[in-house]
Design a protein around this ligand. Sequence first.
Ligand code: UD1
Ligand code: CA
Length: 483
Amino acid sequence: MARIRHISGKKRAKERAAVVLAAGLGTRMKSSLPKVLHTINGKPLVRYVVEAVSAVSPQRIVVVVSPATNDGIRKALAGLPVLFSLQKEPKGTGDALKTAARKLRDFDGTVVVVSGDTPLVTGETLETLLALHAKNREQLSMISFVAGGPHSYGRIVRAGSRVAAIVEDKDADAEQKKIDEVNSGIYAIASSLLPLLKEIRRNPVKGEYYLTDLAGIAVKKGYTVGAHSLGNERELTGINTPEELYRAGHYLRERVLSQLLEQGVSFVDRASVYIHPSVTVGPGTLIYPNVHLEGATSVGSGCIICPNTRIVDSTIGNAVTVKDSTVIESSVVHDSAAVGPFAHLRPGSVIGASAKIGNFVEVKKSVIGEGTKASHLSYLGDAEIGKDVNIGAGAITCNYDGTRKHKTTIEDGVFIGSDTQLVAPVTVGKGAYVGAGSTITKDVPPLALALSRAPQKQLENWALRKQQDRKRATARKPMKKGG
Ligand code: UD1
Ligand code: CA
């Protein structure tokens, strides 16, 4: 099972596996939703952790779930190559790792263990832990940090400079409580140490098997145990309460914005901008207040993203202007195009280079060619529109017949007059014109003019005659009695 991975042609010094502990219920969240399924930026905590451990390229990742968290976690991790290990009862972190170890019996190497509630840890920090673990020839290494303020983390108890044990908050005496170096719950463990998990005894206070007891057990048996102060408290924070979840979300947001600033992105007011960590933005792009960039979105260089705009799972090219109050979902906007204000690109839309999608225009699952303009008040659905087309104000595709959707094709250089309805399926050929106010139900040949409105009638003096009729009628009416 253990595949051998090669790094630049050489076998890596040690094989790697990862375990994510995610079977706890997290009662401190005061929510029926299991803790690790709570989200930051719409992504479950456990998924952040699995992505972080994936960054150190383990040969396998084992996620410990409970009967209560099993379904939700499988859904949350859909598409990621992980193995699941079922911990039947939440008997503590030591028991959780013992459960995972059953999936690692044939594994020889280093096991990275991370709690499912530590979503902000980075692959870099894990890589540093692994490097120290190897360099110091430790069998058990953990990441520690200095906790400020009141907390309930396990304390790192040292004898001189060496780690002697980890003591949980509930078990710590007054002296131990003063120790500010604490356990992050992130470990690198030699697989040869895993059999020692059997020696962990049930904690008398909480009735659980504490993984943290492994440190003391290993030290007593003469193994080398190290605690390394890496990263910072905000990165290593374990989320146990709604307040901690909120603060972690805030910190992640700050981290993303700082990175973008470093990369040359400008903000008018970064405090009002929400950008998911998965989003990329090119240098020289200016982002106005109240902009939300979410999911698998990339924005190119030199763009202007105006206020109150939301872009989700979309690719925006270079030098694109997205004007105020625009929503773009699962779409592509090519270089130098302009979208908005008040435009809505629904999933599957592709806006060509230098095209213009203006005020109150909705585009759905349509391709808009290079240089094409739909400047005002249109609905373009299931359409394929060529280059340099002009879509007049209020023109719409009638793509739905009540049962099925149909396609509209508008070829290059077409002029669609204002207030036109294009009843799909229909094609307007290259270079053709459609007169304003037309209802187009038949294909228009290239270079033709199509007009479908009724010819205008002129009734001379019609209003004058109406006025005169009204006057005469009033004159004939008898006066009311008694006034
Ligand atoms: C744990 C550590 C503590 C450390 C802190 C860092 C122990 C005993 N204590 O405390 O030293 O400072 O993390 O954040 O390990 N889990 C299971 N099965 C269980 C119990 C827990 O899978 O039976 C999982 C949880 O889902 C969670 C993780 O293990 O993701 C940690 O459990 P949690 O209860 O949050 O431990 P802490 O009390 O925070
Ligand atoms: Ca925790």
